[in-house]
Design a protein around this ligand. Structure first.
Ligand SMILES: [Zn+2]
Length: 146
């Protein structure tokens, strides 16, 4: 049996809440595949997961693998520590990624070298970070980064 003390808990990052609606997304991430909901009526991809298509209000959809490729729509570099779990990452970059298929996703950039400059429009691809047996996060790395 594993027990956690208060200092261990402070070092755990805040984790996503997996719901019935979002479970297919997180299960795919765990398997190393980025999947998005796609409306069966208008064929639009969407994120975050929702019961109803925001484009046409259809409730019919499927989960389809996507390329995992995208570009940086916007980003911010965190210089200040807001959570102890991220202390070793400072400074780190949180970006809005515009996926090739259209939807935007907020994530963290990884694999950056000191000489890499983050720019809007830079191409990125998904890379999964496994946090536990049950959870992997979709993070992004810049193409061409060191
Ligand atoms: Zn639709």
């Amino acid at each position: 049996m594993t027990t956690m003390n208060a200092s261990d808990e402070a070092l755990m990052p805040p984790l996503p809440l997996v719901t019935e609606e979002t479970r297919p997304f997180w299960d795919s991430c765990k398997a190393g595949v980025l999947r998005l909901q796609r409306c069966s009526s208008c064929l639009e991809f969407r994120f975050p997961p929702s019961v109803i298509c925001p484009a046409c209000s259809s409730m019919d959809c499927s989960w389809e693998p996507v390329s995992g490729m995208g570009s940086i729509f916007s980003f911010v570099t965190f210089q200040r520590l807001y959570h102890k779990a991220f202390a070793s990452l400072l400074p780190y970059v949180v970006a809005v990624i515009e996926l090739e298929e259209g939807p935007r996703m907020v994530s963290r950039l990884v694999g950056l070298g000191e000489q890499d400059s983050v720019k809007c429009g830079a191409l990125v691809k998904v890379r999964f970070e496994r946090l536990s047996d049950d959870l992997a996060l979709p993070l992004f790395e810049m193409l061409g980064a060191q």
